[in-house]
Ligand binder design. Structure first.
Ligand SMILES: [Zn+2]
Length: 57
């Protein structure tokens, strides 16, 4: 069995006036002007990464 633990812990990092989402898996989103947007990116990543289509090579 593949121990594909859904260890996708997302955090938002602020860089100056920009905010970007980061994940424990190494993924990082684009720099956004609003932290809310970065959070959406993070949520979107977690969704796609842990979704039904997750294990697609
Ligand atoms: Zn991730």
């Amino acid at each position: 069995m593949h121990a594909q633990a859904s260890s996708h812990t997302t955090t938002t990092t602020e860089r100056g006036s920009f905010a970007l989402a980061r994940c424990s898996c190494g993924w990082s989103g684009p720099a956004r002007r609003s932290r809310d947007r970065a959070r959406t990116d993070a949520a979107d990543h977690t969704r796609t990464a842990t979704g039904p289509d997750a294990g697609t090579p």
